[in-house]
Every structure is written in C-alpha cells, then in structure tokens.
Design a protein around this ligand. Structure first.
Ligand code: PRP
Length: 182
C-alpha cells in the first residue's frame, strides 16, 4: 500500500502512543466482534463528528455484515482541552432509528459526558438496542459510571491527537495516535 510520509504534520512535542498498524489490528478484532454480535441484523452506526469520522470509516470496512451509517455532531470541547460539560447538538440525526440496532461510534470517551448525553438523546427515538463503541477511553477521567460495549484502547490521561482527534482543529489527518507532551 502506498503511504506518504507524514513528517510535515509532526512536531517535536509529539510521541507515538498507538501506531497505525496497532489501530488497524484492533479495528479488525472489533469489526469481527461486531459482525458476530449483530449477525442476522443490519445495525446502524452513528458516527460522532467531527472526531469519529475516521474511526467509523475504517471500522465499517472490518464489519462483514450489512450495516448503515449516519452522523451526529455534538460539541463539548470547542478548542479547549477540557470538556466544558455543556454539550450542544450541532448536527442532529438524519436517520429514523426507531426499532433499529444502533451503535454510537466515538473517537474518545474522556469525561463520558458526551456519550451520556448522546445515549439519552438517542434513547428517546426508541431504538431496538443502543450500544457504544469508542476507539479510546480515558478511564482515569471518567466522571460517570458508563458501560461502553466496544473499546479499542484504554489510555492514560494525556492529551492525544491524530486519527480523527484534533489539536485546535488540525492534526486529525495523522494516521497514528500521538501524545502531545506538555
Ligand atoms: C470530543 C470527542 C468526543 C468528546 C469526548 O469532541 O470527539 O466526542 O469530546 O469527551 P467527553 O467524554 O469528555 O465528553 P469535541 O467536542 O472535542 O469535538 P470534535 O469531535 O469535533 O473534536
């Protein structure tokens, strides 16, 4: 596979936390798990913009059963590094999820407030089931007891970027996940 050099995007303060290969390996496992869990169904995966777009795009190519996608956009952080706790819906759901098997797809669960908000919001549409997949989970930062059904990686409490995650809106296009050293 042709892969260009991403050095121009990197800064001295970045160190690799999860390599591109490790991400893809884990996605293959998650995709298999999901295909087994939803065998005979056509689940709908709801990507949480902006950060979740790359994870969703890669993940569905490892789920070898029919599935649909939709997106919502909520924002809690803006350009800040700490969740404000005030979550706004910037783009509502388009699909009708009543009676459907829904999987919310997040890039990261940090405080957990966004997912908590999304679960409440989406439950109101009466899906047949509602599960959550996240690529990253920062367990030490979780403010609520939140069961997450599919977790890519549990990570320490560091500011991470790449693979959809931004640093003031840029760096989402890095193929690995990096720690930004303070
Ligand atoms: C980030 C991330 C999650 C949320 C997680 O979104 O994509 O949606 O924060 O944080 P929490 O668990 O503390 O609620 P952000 O608001 O930064 O928007 P973005 O996805 O557009 O970067």
């Amino acid at each position: 596979m042709i892969k260009n050099d991403q050095t121009p995007l990197l800064e001295n303060s970045y160190s690799v936390l999860i390599s591109e290969d490790k991400i893809q390996q884990r996605l293959a496992e998650l995709g298999k798990e999901m295909a087994e869990a939803y065998a005979g169904e056509t689940p709908i995966l709801i990507g949480v913009l902006n950060g979740g777009f790359i994870f969703l795009a890669d993940l569905i190519r490892y789920i070898n059963i029919d599935c649909e996608i939709d997106f919502v956009r909520v924002s809690s952080y803006g350009d800040a590094k700490e969740s404000s706790g005030h979550i706004k819906v910037l783009k509502p759901l388009s699909a009708d999820i009543k009676g459907r098997h829904v999987i919310v797809v997040e890039d990261i669960v940090d405080s957990g407030l966004s997912v908590k908000f999304l679960i409440k919001m989406l439950s109101a549409f009466e899906p047949a089931s509602l599960k959550v997949a996240t690529l990253l989970r920062k367990k030490p930062r979780l403010k609520i007891d939140l069961p997450i059904d599919f977790v890519g990686f549990d990570i320490e409490d560091k500011f991470v970027i790449g693979y959809g995650l931004d640093d003031q809106q840029v760096k989402r296009n890095l193929r690995a996940i990096y720690i930004v050293e303070e």
